[in-house]
Design a protein around this ligand. Sequence first.
Ligand code: AMP
Length: 209
Amino acid sequence: MRIVMMGVQGSGKGTQSKLLAEKLNLPHISTGDLFRANISQGTELGAKAKEYSEKGQLVPDSLVIDMVAERLKQDDAANGFLLDGFPRSAVQLAAIEYLADIEKAVLLELDDDTAVQRLGGRSECSKCGILYGANRPPKDAGKCDECGDSLKERTDDKDTEAIKQRIAAYHSEINNLVQYFEWKGVLRRVDAATTVDEVLDKVLVAIKE
Ligand code: AMP
């Protein structure tokens, strides 16, 4: 199945994408993760992406589209994939529909105030990649539930101004995507204001409809 996950930052999109991809045995392709990996490895793409992501801005469409197109050529994506954080603009939407026929687009719905509140306390395990937040706190403060490693705060979440800019950018772009996927008949809306397990159950039901 070819799935797109959408949702405001803080809606649990990253966590749900990871869990859903595991359940369905699909590669989880997160553009945010791909950029962070490129930035930490000091690649040319990472250097370009850093200029934008540090300010809470979207990376130019052409860079993101080339990166996703390359990733989709890999063998593991031949029979389906789960895209997380892409498409995020009308141009990216046109590109993905040109590259692959999206079968389900899941929209995790959450109000902005709850999103900002959740974003304030986000942290990540750099070893396992698990994201922790208000709806999924670590059992031991500051430590990963799986491996016990120290958790790192997501640095771009520290800056409230960047958070607000990212939410504003999300709203200005997402409307077109939602309308398009709704027209196509593949949009599935899921209330994201509950626990991780409850949301995952609802998503699993929604994509079968
Ligand atoms: P995320 O983890 O999804 O919030 O992404 C982190 C940062 O990566 C964003 O603030 C953008 O700078 C960049 N990014 C991720 N996905 C995209 C995309 N589809 N289009 C443009 N920029 C993106």
